[in-house]
Design a binder for this molecule. Structure first.
Ligand SMILES: [Zn+2]
Ligand SMILES: [Zn+2]
Length: 133
C-alpha cells in the first residue's frame, strides 16, 4: 500500500485527517483507559510516523489522559481520533475505526491483553502481549 493515502475523520465530519502511505503497525489495545475513552471493549490503533499524519479539516480537542499520553477527539461529536505519548515514540497512533474505509486494514496483534475482557478473546491466533509490544 505504499503511496496510498488513508483518509478518515470523526462521526460529525468536523475533523478530518489523512495518512500518507501504509500503517506501520495495527494493534488492538485492550487496556482499561482505551476502553473508558471509547466506550468500546477495545480500540484498534494504527501506528504511523508523525510526519505522515496530518489533520486536513478542523482541529481536535485533546486532553492529557495519563502522565505519558494525550488523547485527541472531536470536540463536537466526541469521536476518539488519536493518542500521542509525548515524544516517547516517533510514532503517533490513530483510531482505525475513524477511517473512511477501515476494512482496508487488518489488525496485527493484541496489546494489553492483561486487561482484556474475558468475552473479547476471539482466538484469532494473532500475537498477544501482556502490555505494549
Ligand atoms: Zn465530530
Ligand atoms: Zn490502550
Amino acid at each position: 500500500m505504499s503511496g496510498a493515502i488513508l483518509v478518515g475523520g470523526c462521526l460529525c465530519g468536523a475533523v478530518r485527517y489523512e495518512i500518507d502511505g501504509a500503517a506501520d503497525s495495527i494493534s488492538n489495545c485492550h487496556c482499561g483507559m482505551c476502553r473508558k475513552a471509547s466506550g468500546a471493549a477495545f480500540v484498534t490503533w494504527i501506528g504511523v510516523a508523525h510526519e505522515r499524519f496530518r489533520y486536513t479539516q478542523g482541529a481536535p480537542a485533546s486532553y492529557r489522559s495519563s502522565d505519558i499520553a494525550s488523547r485527541s477527539f472531536c470536540g463536537t461529536c466526541g469521536s476518539q481520533l488519536q493518542i500521542d505519548d509525548h515524544g516517547a515514540h516517533d510514532h503517533t497512533h490513530v483510531t482505525l475505526g475513524s477511517l473512511d474505509e477501515p476494512g482496508r486494514l487488518t489488525p496485527q496483534r493484541h496489546i494489553w491483553v492483561s486487561d482484556r475482557l474475558p468475552w473479547a478473546d476471539y482466538g484469532d491466533s494473532l500475537p498477544e502481549f501482556a502490555g505494549e509490544d
